[in-house]
Write a protein that binds this ligand. Structure first.
Ligand code: FES
Length: 110
């Protein structure tokens, strides 16, 4: 079992439980996170964008060029942004902390 801690745009922490091999996108959706994932993992949208906490970011396999290109289009990207549809959970990621980006308007506040 792999625990994932989601931090909502409002700052609430929600712990979800998943199995190794599950995609982070589905785990987030099942936990009620507002990620659309419109293209269902085809890297043709950026609505599955999440921000991984820095200490966990380095444990993830590097993003592909396609993922980086798509992240450039996402609102509110940070250095540790990823597309959640591209992240497969493993036992090594047990306890990973992932932040759900706020609405685009949050960017003006900082
Ligand atoms: Fe579209 Fe992830 S679901 S890029």
């Amino acid at each position: 079992m792999v625990s994932v801690v989601f931090v909502t745009a409002q700052g609430a922490r929600i712990t979800a439980h998943a199995e190794a091999g599950d995609r982070l996108l589905e785990v987030a959706q099942n936990a009620g996170m507002p990620l659309e994932g419109t293209c269902e993992g085809q890297m043709a949208c950026s609505t599955c964008h999440v921000i991984v906490s820095p200490q966990w970011f380095d444990k993830l396999p590097a993003a592909s060029n396609e993922e980086e290109d798509m992240l450039d289009l996402a609102a509110g990207v940070s250095r540790t942004s990823r597309l959640s549809c591209q992240i497969a959970l493993t036992e090594a990621l047990d306890g990973i902390v992932v932040r759900i980006p706020g609405e685009a308007r949050d960017m003006q506040i900082g």
